[in-house]
Design a protein around this ligand. Sequence first.
Ligand code: ATP
Ligand code: MN
Length: 457
Amino acid sequence: MDIIRQRIQDFFSTPPEGQKVEVLGWVRSVRESKQVAFLHLSDGSTTAPLQVVVDKTREELASCLETLRTGASVRVVGTLRPSPGTKQPVEIHAEALTVLGPAPEDYPLQKKRHSFEFLREIAHLRPRTNTIGAVMRVRNTLAWEIHRFFQERGFLYVHTPIITTGDAEGAGALFRVTTLPPDAPYDPTEDFFGAPAFLTVSGQLEAEAYALAFVNVYTFGPTFRAENSHTPRHLAEFWMVEPEMAFCDLEGDMHLAEEFITHLLEAVLERHPEEMAFFEQWIAPGLTDQLEAVVNTPFTHMTYTEVIEHLKKAPASFTFPPEWGMDLQTEHERYLTEELVKGPVIVTDYPKEIKAFYMKQNPDGRTVRAMDVLVPRLGEIIGGSQREDDYERLLARMQELGMRIEAYQWYLDLRRYGGAPHAGFGLGFDRLVQYVTGMQNIRDVIPFPRTPGNAAF
Ligand code: ATP
Ligand code: MN
């Protein structure tokens, strides 16, 4: 009879009962009585561990147990039987047991609840925990579904550069890339690229060039911001998804953003009932209902000006009193999404002073065709806009802001050579994972978080 080797999740979902099976995984816990030992194994495929029953009266099995501790990796061959316990449908009765990689008694991940702060200090081992396991499976599905969403709609996946020269978009929060020795005075002409170079903060400008050739494109890659923000929703290195569409205006952009979020939430709710139940129980009670409500309710739209009026009338008292022209603070976004609307809100037509230079100006001369998607708990998850496609107006705005025009001539040229109305947005991928899983800190939804003072792992 052949030995069936499969992942633990498959043993639960399609159990080859009564058959000889092999399982490879890591020991979560060992519980021993006189006659038998119970091992709980995991292999990252599911939250529930697989129980292995070991008959200690069998010499070769008992001797193996001596070196077998929590954390060890093992190979088990045995028979799959219905489990008399109610937690799992099946268990394995071991016939052969091999410790492939032992673990010492002071293995850091013992069977108890560890704080997320502690787990960040052992970022190389935390993927073996239930929470990080569930988060990473959902993260994986989201990444896959992002590609599927765009590919099914004919979008071209573009790889925009990671290293860019010239002063990028918002400036300020940039990581410099250099090969010059740190103690020499900085002379860009001596540097590798012959100009100051930085890690990208966004692939948008380059994506625009591709949208003006392929119509619909998207990027999905790492971005870097050296902002010194110690918040639960900022990373120094994070992943961004940026669709860009030619022959598209702000309405089309918002429509796509809503369809996109809805698709992703639906996919996770459908494919990860087990993970969602886990988050519901341990991380964020009410999460599933919340996400289902988002899927089933059209997003609320409001202009920035309307938002300010609502905030001024709000019964809540804010640390930053709402005033037209100010950037919306976290407290404002939370009031809006959690109390006033109780769901996602798309805010449009922001004052041009608080938005980027490339956004299309409205005829009023004060606001731009920008849109942010705000969600409960997190605030901004998407930032987008229709882009300024008028050469003269874009140039004037850049001059007004004192930007170095030479560095952006190629970008301006896109408006001279077959320009077209176009629009796009940026979704913070890690924030999306945080939103869907209910995790409080963005550092716990990315494998190895980079934040001020920390890139140790
Ligand atoms: P915020 O005001 O929250 O800092 P932002 O206005 O700087 O966001 P954009 O420049 O519009 O954000 O970037 C697009 C998206 O990228 C944001 O909507 C957010 O989801 C995500 N994002 C921005 N900065 C970070 C960061 N430091 N870490 C993780 N995600 C981020
Ligand atoms: Mn920011």
